[in-house]
Write a protein that binds this ligand. Sequence first.
Ligand code: C5P
Length: 311
Amino acid sequence: MQKSVTICVPAKVNLSLDVLGPRPDGYHELVSVMQAIRLYDTLVLERIPDHPAVKGHGPVIELAPGPLGTCSQEALSVVPLDETNHISKAVRAMENKTGTPFPVRVKVFKDIPVAAGLAGGSADAAAAICGLNELWGLGLSRQEMADLGSEVGSDVPFFFFGGTALATGRGEHIRQLRYPGDWHILVVKPPLSVSTPFIYKAYDHYPQCSSDCTQGVIAALEAGDFVSACRSLGNDLQPVTSSHFPIVARVLARLKEAGAPGVCLSGSGPSVYALVDSPEQGQDLRSAVEDLVEVAVVTKFCSLGVETLCV
Ligand code: C5P
């Protein structure tokens, strides 16, 4: 019987995010192009030998900085390790579905910044579902795991497909799009955390006019047209987050002034990214904003989603 499994999961950015409007269930209907990027969390799931003391207590979660060092020990100390953690919710959803208890220890080596608009918590939930499926040999399909993941969070299903995808509904309906190639990207996170519900609520009181940029982004991706993709990027939450957190507006402006081909907010922020022609351009732009941000990573698009690592 397999005792442990190692899962690797990327972060995501939103190349477009059009908010269509609020829904009766408290969510917002949206259309968004999501893109996986090569900035990963690694989760090691280990079965806890059957012992009455661990029954009904949920997973044992341990967090540590990942190899890139983008998450400090201090940044990780704010993450709750109780039943509100996305990993605990994922394990509980799996237990409810299968009727089986999953006594498990989950060690997370985090490189995806927390509360950053990069869906790190959702990525970890997807990795936990994938890990339990593997460890207990449940044989769930990617679509079945995605359906289960949607109970944990709107962004979770994306990670079962990864690469480039169109998300609709509250973000949980996924249609894979053509992967445009290993485009370079600079991702930066200003030193603050943003609450997604806060930003969506603020959006409802903000003068609304959708940037309606998803079709332009899809067309650019289908054509593999980097310049046109850069021009098409857009996020309806960007003016909301920028007005509440002026440092986000400053980072966006600084990147544009420094010549970034395409700049946009990811999710509800505060992370901002720039699509760049080359790693060198990424490094130059990184220098231009270094004094304003806590994390800055030059990386590439990723064609995959959550994956089991053979170690
Ligand atoms: O689905 P998730 O738990 O990630 O969503 C967190 C919160 O973000 C929701 O409770 C809601 O307030 C807001 N949200 C929203 N519309 C979406 C996704 C999230 O209003 N499509």
